[in-house]
Design a protein around this ligand. Sequence first.
Ligand code: ZN
Length: 293
Amino acid sequence: MLLGIDLGGTKIEGVVLADDGGELARRRVPTEREHGYDHIVDRIAALAGELRALAPTCDRVGIGTPGSLSARDGTLKNSNTTCLNGRPLRDDLARALGLEVVMENDANCFALAEVRAGAARGARLAFGVILGTGVGAGIVIDGRVWTGPQHVAGEWGHHRISDDGPPCYCGQRGCVETFLSGPALERAWGDAGGAPAEATVIAARARDGDARAAGVVAGWIDRFGRALANVVNILDPDVVVLGGGLSRVEALYDRGIDAVRGYVFNDELRTRIVPNALGDSAGVIGAAWLAQR
Ligand SMILES: [Zn+2]
């Protein structure tokens, strides 16, 4: 059996999977992050203890969390649950749970879940992308997350695609995230004179024939094509699977694919670019698959 926990800013979700991936149990508790780091560790430990009672043979737990993990010591950075940043969450949880802890960021868990149980099932090399408030990605090769010696594999959101692009919180300018995230699309819409609107609303207006929205979304799609073609040229993945709130924008799967094709260094594009199949469950399912030996 596999035990996985997805740590989010508002909820902590845990799951027990059978060895074949069938779901045996699922529990959810609020994160209560306002009570701080130690409280969150206790919440996770209590949830894991409850689930482990159902899966007593598990000696390992997979944990998915936002932010990036240091390859040096497993501390977190860039987590939007800011009390976790700089803290040795992996080691503290291992101590509290009495279990081995395998921890990955949410984009890596997403990619792994879609390969094991979702839209990229069976792919040898998959690139999973989260397009939401930020832009994250993960690489899965032969059913395993590829992290690399610095633990930065898949950090596509901070791949710089323009020297004079918008400033990014990471200290660079023109990162993929500064063009493709929801806030980036909303900013481009505002710059074009549009009244404040959510990214998915802007995309819907473009689809319904609003010329100004169509212009803004066309620019967004073009950046998507450039940025993803860079990935295809390097990894040549079998599948790119899209998640996050903006993965629902239908134009990504026709004009978006055309845009990628136009920038790839080849006369055809065989890589499938598909929406996710697991929705919000991908995080916890991917976390559980992390625990597989
Ligand atoms: Zn950046």
